[in-house]
Design a protein around this ligand. Structure first.
Ligand code: PRP
Ligand code: URA
Length: 209
């Protein structure tokens, strides 16, 4: 059964408040999204396996631990997921980056795929799927299905804000995928926007409205 891991770190809560605030402009919004993604990377990588290696300090030989060569991939859902990539790469510089292009048809609210490019060895990697918003869950469900159709078996979903409806939808279709989220909000409005939410993540990141 998949889990929902809600971040309760004060720094994340603090930064999320200013991400939500409508008076936060695109420059600060982008910086905050990047910073929260970086902080969330701690939790999303908590279960990485470690191995012992021998090293020498300036004083003596010792055994110490390093990450055991686990291959990671980061896959933002375009567009808004792009805002989270740099934050993760700051901590995981060796991760490969794939991209999935999806937009929500404003009338049907159904996700439409327009792009997919993954690392050539994606099936061997643990992939962290990035999207700031999990609203109806349609986009995340479709992106996870695209990854699974291409043979990927190890997927985590990382979002800034999720609606209960989206969590439930992803749970139902993809019980093997854990969801990491900075805040779980109240509900969706009539246009499937998250309340209280942060508005349109893509528009706020890229200043398109
Ligand atoms: C937003 C958001 C998610 C999706 C969430 O993208 O970034 O991908 O909506 O909604 P859902 O859970 O109901 O599918 P949008 O479709 O607005 O595209 P954009 O990132 O290009 O702005
Ligand atoms: N997409 C967004 O960008 N914001 C929402 O609240 C819902 C979907």
């Amino acid at each position: 059964m998949n889990r929902v891991i809600v971040m309760d770190h004060p720094l994340i809560k603090h930064k999320l408040t200013f991400i939500r605030d409508k008076n936060t402009g695109p420059k600060e919004f982008r910086e905050l999204v990047k910073e929260v993604a970086m902080l969330m990377a701690y939790e999303v990588t908590r279960d990485l396996p470690l191995e012992d290696i021998e090293i020498e300090t300036p004083l003596t030989k010792t055994t110490s631990q390093v990450i055991a060569g686990k291959k990671l991939g980061i896959v933002p859902i375009l567009r808004a997921g792009l805002g989270m990539v740099e934050g993760l790469l700051n901590l995981l510089p060796a991760a490969k980056v794939g991209h999935i292009g999806l937009y929500r048809n404003p009338e049907t609210l159904e996700p439409v795929e327009y792009y997919c490019k993954l690392p050539y060895d994606a099936v061997e990697r643990e992939l962290i799927l990035l999207d700031p918003m999990l609203a109806t869950g349609g986009s995340a469900k479709a992106a996870i299905t695209f990854l699974k159709d291409r043979g990927v078996t190890n997927i985590k979903l990382m979002c800034l804000i999720a609606a209960p409806e989206g969590i439930k939808a992803v749970h139902k279709d993809h019980p093997d995928v854990d969801i990491y989220v900075a805040g779980v909000d109240e509900k969706l409005n009539d246009h499937a926007y998250i309340l209280p939410g942060l508005g349109d993540a893509g528009d706020r990141l890229f200043g398109t409205k």
